[in-house]
Ligand binder design. Structure first.
Ligand code: GDP
Ligand code: MG
Length: 456
């Protein structure tokens, strides 16, 4: 399969200032020579790693139809380690499609999602953790997330994992040597071995724990705004988004389905939900909206429960407090610009100990304070590891590593013979190998690269 030359549009589909078509494989250069003529007639070959200006032509009739810069990256100094050609031209869908058609006509085939990166992995330029980081970087919502992916792309997490695997393998081969050549007189005590295993575990555990934070970074922290009808949920939603996304009216029951939008607070991506509120209603549309709101609360990372300062508290407010009590919740007293009618003391007694705040969604008062509170309360502790795991695949493998190490350590402590211990420890080393892709599993590769965009 790696014999084939692949081609794809590497910029997003649609019209734009620039469009880039990329080719990788043995025929990339010859295809470029066929469909591209440098402006400088004396240039007989396309020089390596240097953009050359020229025209794209249809070789059948010699007719030029686009101006382009072509860059040639000869193997192995390219993204895929194969010969790569990048054709940078106008972002015109018809022109780009024509170039791709010509590429296919002269020997390339359309690339599958992530196939360029897959080749970079198969050809040994990057490992699997780095490949996943490429996709995470492309899909990052915030700079914080992008920076983590970039660090992984640079190989920092891989280095750590490789180190641990090497440590484990060295330990195993030392033990093997002792078993095979007892006459050499080399000795490692069982407690020394156990200590070494525990040292490795010390690195694994924080990585596993970092996933809770990582997944929040990657997917966004879900925050649901709830409260009685008319307390100002949609107004707060709009104020946080800084645009009139939700309809706001003085009539209760305006929001029937829920709305969701992303906002970034202090480098973290939040998904904000405006709901219909949890009111008892009989209108079928409203009932459905209210049920959806309830489900959202169950799945939320955080809840903002709103009260209306300008209205007397009601039984409904108290019920709502009970409903969200076991959640990560911030209580928000809205409409602080109006005369107070609510008995705040009664509410505060009920929400004893939970964070709360007064705001005015309408006059945008205390919104910055609220954002700070959201950031503080709704995000799991930032783990003190340098590396943060963003991928579930990585977390699951790390858990398996841990399990095997715990097992190995137990076998040692319980006095089983070395063979049993070594079998467990070897498993851990294999899982670490799977993590970086040193050990290759085809189904996993499909799963990873199918999530990529075409052209990457
Ligand atoms: N004075 C004042 N009115 C507000 C405030 N927030 C919302 N409102 C008004 O309260 C009414 C209901 O607001 P809305 O956001 O639709 O409430 P929801 O039903 O909870 O989504 C509207 O007339 C808003 O203009 C506020 O902070 N101060
Ligand atoms: Mg509303």
């Amino acid at each position: 399969m790696i014999e084939e030359t692949i081609i794809a549009l590497s910029t997003p589909p649609g019209r734009g200032g620039l469009g880039i078509v990329r080719l990788s494989g043995k025929k990339a250069y010859s295809i470029a020579k066929k469909i591209f003529k440098p402006k400088n007639n004396s240039l007989k070959e396309i020089p390596p790693r240097c953009p050359v200006l020229g025209r794209i032509i249809n070789p059948e009739n010699g007719e030029p139809f686009e101006e382009a810069f072509v860059t040639y990256f000869p193997a192995p100094n390219s993204y895929t380690r194969e010969d790569v050609i990048e054709i940078s031209c106008h972002g015109s869908p018809v022109v780009l499609e024509e170039i791709i058609k010509l590429g296919i006509k002269y020997g390339a085939r359309l690339a599958k999602p992530g196939e360029f990166t897959l080749r970079a992995y198969l050809n040994g330029r990057i490992d699997l953790i780095q490949a996943e980081a490429v996709n995470d970087l492309i899909n990052a919502w915030t700079m914080d997330q992008a920076k983590i992916s970039f660090s992984q792309l640079e190989g920092n997490l891989s280095k750590k994992i490789n180190n641990l695997r090497e440590k484990l393998i060295t330990l195993l081969s030392n033990i093997e040597a002792i078993i095979e050549f007892p006459e050499e007189g080399v000795e490692i005590s069982r407690s020394e071995i156990n200590q070494e295993i525990k040292n490795i575990m010390k690195f694994i555990q924080p990585l596993i724990e970092s996933f809770d934070y990582g997944v929040k970074l990657k997917e966004g922290v879900k925050v649901v705004i709830t409260g009685k009808p008319n307390v100002g949920k949609s107004s707060l939603f709009n104020a946080l988004l800084q645009r009139e996304r939700a309809i706001v009216t003085p009539y209760p029951g305006t929001t029937r389905d829920y709305l969701q939008e992303r906002i970034t607070i202090d480098g973290i991506s939040f998904i904000l939900f405006d709901t219909a509120g949890i009111e008892d209603s009989t209108h079928p549309i409203e009932v459905e909206g209210i049920q959806r709101g309830r489900r959202l609360i169950d799945e939320a990372d955080g809840v903002l429960l709103l009260f209306d300062l300008s209205e007397k508290e009601s039984e409904e407010d108290f019920q709502l407090i009970e409903k969200v009590r076991d959640k990560n919740v911030i209580f928000v007293f809205n409409k602080m610009d109006l005369p107070v009618k609510i008995d705040k003391e009664i509410i505060l007694k009920k929400i004893n100990g939970y964070p709360w705040l007064e705001i005015s969604a309408k006059e945008e008062r205390n919104l910055e304070k609220l954002k700070k509170l959201i950031r503080k309360i709704f995000i799991p502790d930032e783990k003190k590891t340098e590396e943060i795991i963003l991928s579930l695949r990585q977390k699951i493998l790390l858990e398996k590593v841990k399990e095997s190490l715990v097992g190995a350590s137990k076998l040692l402590e319980e006095g089983y013979s070395e063979e049993y211990f070594m079998e467990e420890a070897r498993k851990a080393a294999d899982y670490l190998g799977e993590l970086t892709g040193k050990i290759k599993i085809d189904e996993i590769l499909n799963e990873i690269f199918n999530n990529f965009c075409i052209g990457k």
